[in-house]
Write a protein of this length. Structure first.
Length: 285
């Protein structure tokens, strides 16, 4: 029986494994190239970007120091703005969209249904259709600062988050919320004391998706923020240019590596919870 099983499934397993190995290499190679080139001289990168650092091309952490001190805008200031915008935006998205999804899932009304489908519709609207009007609106409403741009991210990130939260809430037992209401809990207390803890798997899943999006986003901050005063890390990378538009590839690679580290650490720290969240969402779905 085992022999038949091996003859039937082993070739397919080998093919699938080979495909996954190729895909893994394809995904890891760009990151590997960024790492090795961040320690090489600019001339070596221009000559052979795919070679490992040699004794002549290895520059140590010189590219990292240069990337953090290049130009008139401090790199650590960009890091601070990126952290604040990401944390504030993800917090607003998780809080307001989870509350909205709970309302949509529990209140059977035309308004709730229309609002839900408008959120779904926002997911298919290309960003290019609204980016010019967005710039004009953000300037008029004074949303062009790091302290106000999280409101813009809330609007753009609400569609996917509400879609995921609403599907999960529909699978939660209504009896628990009814028991909380009998015990004297109002809607707000019921949500924060009963519903929100049960949403933890989806909160983590949505949180990681939104964090990766906001942290790596270039176009939205570039269009909305006043770049003479505020820069996020992706915008900072864009301005790592010398005279006549020349680009210091070594310093650029170093800054890109620094920008990836927080997301990598964040993912590694929450990896177990992310897998649980995806599995829970699959079961509920």
């Amino acid at each position: 029986m085992n022999k038949k099983h091996n003859k039937k499934f082993t070739p397919l397993s080998k093919v699938v494994s080979a495909i996954f190995v190729v895909l893994c290499i394809a995904w890891i190679m760009p990151i590997f190239e960024v790492v090795i080139n961040s320690f090489k001289s600019n001339a070596s990168i221009n000559t052979n970007a795919f070679s490992l650092p040699t004794a002549e091309s290895f520059v140590g952490f010189a590219n990292y120091i240069k990337g953090m001190t290049f130009g008139n805008y401090p790199f650590m200031k960009s890091v601070g703005y990126s952290f604040f915008i990401t944390i504030a935006s993800v917090f607003l998205i998780l809080l307001f969209t989870s509350m909205s999804a709970w309302y949509i899932a529990r209140v059977n009304s035309k308004f709730a249904n229309i609002f839900y489908y408008l959120c779904l519709f926002s997911m298919i609207v290309p960003f290019q259709m609204v980016m010019f009007t967005l710039t004009f609106t953000a300037d008029n409403l004074k949303l062009n600062t790091p302290w106000t741009i999280p409101v813009v991210y809330l609007g753009f990130g609400a569609g996917l988050a509400i879609f995921m939260f609403a599907g999960f809430v529909k699978g939660l037992p209504l009896e628990i919320e009814e028991a909380a209401a009998i015990d004297g809990c109002g809607p707000i207390r019921t949500f924060f004391s009963v519903v929100l803890p049960m949403l933890k798997p989806t909160l983590i899943s949505v949180g990681i998706l939104e964090t990766m999006w906001v942290w790596n986003d270039y176009l939205l901050p570039y269009l909305v923020l006043d770049r003479t005063k505020y820069m996020t890390i992706p915008i900072h990378v864009q301005y790592l240019k010398g005279s006549y538009g020349s680009v210091d590839l070594g310093a650029t690679m170093a800054v890109i590596m620094l920008s990836m580290l927080p997301i990598i650490i964040f993912y590694m720290a929450l990896q177990k919870h992310i897998i649980k969240g995806v599995a829970a969402g699959a079961v509920k779905g």
